[in-house]
Every structure is written in structure tokens, then in C-alpha cells.
Write a protein that binds this ligand. Structure first.
Ligand code: CTP
Ligand code: CA
Length: 226
């Protein structure tokens, strides 16, 4: 039996992927979130599985079906995402890919009852969320780590800064200001950076981008750790 041509780039590797948005509660009926659909992370989980990996997908709330052969662990908040991702890495992980659009801030406290409207303006006090990717990449037993950077300006500079700051092996940058690409869309175009090189992929479907990304990540991972 022949596979779909996705190769054996990740045969036997344990891969943990974060995907989707997080949801930070304000009160029992409201939350802060973003437009991430989870499509890129789910497509990567599928492609990594097809390339021979054991895949754990840590997923925020999305409407996508669980990819066949992939273990999905559902989370809501950024704090849940850090806890589940750390637990999955503890179980053994060769490659960690963070595609999730994590809310950078959460309400300082979640009101116990629905907040009633009163004055014409209101403010919410927000606190910084933990960074799952930086935490995993900073471990002494860190796996090969790949981050994503969604930027609207100065894509290359911001993406390579993030790679250095978070101590990543690779970063996948996408320009979310490009019309019809990126967030919540079927198609994407990305540039992958590593410490001494870069390569662009697309525009193409997220499925095809995911296949090419898995092949490229597999090459770098296997060069470093054959
Ligand atoms: N990330 C994460 N946990 C966070 C924030 C981000 O794991 N709390 C991961 C994302 O999944 C992505 C990478 O870090 O792989 C970059 O996310 P991004 O939002 O672009 O970067 P930030 O460091 O949050 O910087 P900013 O939003 O200010 O540009
Ligand atoms: Ca962010």
C-alpha cells in the first residue's frame, strides 16, 4: 500500500501541536478570543500523521473534526493550553509546533455573575497570559520547537525577533494583512525562517502548505538529530 506521497519525514517521532484560539472568560456568558479557525494546526496534525508521526493536538475551541489517527486534547484558556501542552511534552516529545492564536491577556478575574450594564463606558482589567511556546522551548529537555508568527507589518523582522527571543529552531511567518490569506481563510502563504536561512511556501491551500512544512521541518529535525 502506498501513502499519499507524504513520505516518512517524521517516522516514529512524537509530535505535539497547539491549534486554534484560546477563550478567556469575562463572566459566565462572555469571553475574549480571536478569529483563529484552527485550520493550519489541524492541517499540520494531519500532515505530520501522514508523515509517520504520533501526534497529540492541543486544541482550543474550533469547529473542525478531529483528524483521523490524531489524539486531540481540548482546552479553553491560555492557562489550560500551557498545562496540557506541558503534560504532553512530559510524556515524550521530539517536535513541538505552536500554531495556536493564544490570547495575550485575560481578564484579571472572571465575574461570578453576568455583568450588568450601567455607565456609558466600562473598562476591564487584563493580565498577561503565560507563553506556552516560550515555556516549552525554554525547558532543559526542550524538543525541536517551531513557532508561528502572524504579523501585519515588518513580517521578517518581527518573526526572526520572536525566533531568537523564544529560542526556537524555526518560525513560520505569515502576513495576516494579505487579502484572502491567513486567519480564518482556506489559503495561506508563509515564509519559514531558521537561524541561517529562509524559504517561502505558497500561496496555496493550507493542506498543501502543511505537507510542505512537515517535509521542511522533518529535514531540519533529522539533520540536527538523525
Ligand atoms: N504563543 C504561545 N503562547 C502565548 C502567545 C504565543 O504559545 N501566550 C505562540 C503562538 O502559538 C505562536 C508564537 O507563540 O507560535 C508567536 O505568537 P504571536 O502572538 O505571534 O507572538 P507573541 O509573542 O504573543 O507577540 P505579539 O502578539 O506581541 O506579536
Ligand atoms: Ca500574541
Amino acid at each position: 500500500f502506498l501513502d499519499a506521497g507524504n513520505g516518512t519525514a517524521l517516522t516514529g517521532k512524537r509530535v505535539v501541536i497547539t491549534a486554534g484560539p484560546t477563550r478567556e472568560p469575562i463572566d459566565p456568558v462572555r469571553y475574549i478570543s480571536n478569529h483563529s479557525s484552527g485550520k493550519m494546526g489541524y492541517a499540520l496534525a494531519n500532515a505530520a500523521r501522514a508523515a509517520g508521526a504520533h501526534v497529540v493536538l492541543i486544541s482550543g475551541p474550533v469547529t473542525l473534526p478531529a483528524p483521523a489517527g490524531v489524539e486531540v486534547r481540548r482546552v479553553l484558556t491560555a492557562e489550560d493550553m500551557l498545562r496540557e501542552a506541558s503534560g504532553a511534552v512530559d510524556e515524550g516529545c521530539d517536535l513541538f509546533i505552536a500554531t495556536a492564536a493564544v490570547a495575550d491577556y485575560r481578564p484579571e478575574k472572571c465575574a461570578g455573575d453576568k455583568i450588568k450594564k450601567s455607565s456609558d463606558t466600562m473598562s476591564l482589567s487584563l493580565v498577561r497570559n503565560p507563553d506556552t511556546l516560550a515555556t516549552i522551548a525554554g525547558r532543559t529537555d526542550a524538543p525541536f520547537t517551531v513557532g508561528f508568527a502572524a504579523e501585519t507589518t515588518d513580517v521578517e523582522r518581527y518573526a526572526t525577533d520572536k525566533m531568537q527571543r523564544k529560542k526556537l529552531n524555526m518560525i513560520v511567518a505569515n502576513d495576516v494583512a494579505a487579502p484572502g490569506l491567513g486567519f480564518n481563510s482556506e489559503n495561506n502563504a508563509v515564509t519559514v525562517f531558521w537561524p541561517d536561512g529562509h524559504e517561502s511556501i505558497g500561496p496555496d491551500s493550507k493542506t498543501n502548505i502543511a505537507r510542505r512544512l512537515v517535509a521542511m521541518i522533518g529535514d531540519h529535525l533529522n539533520q540536527q538529530d538523525p
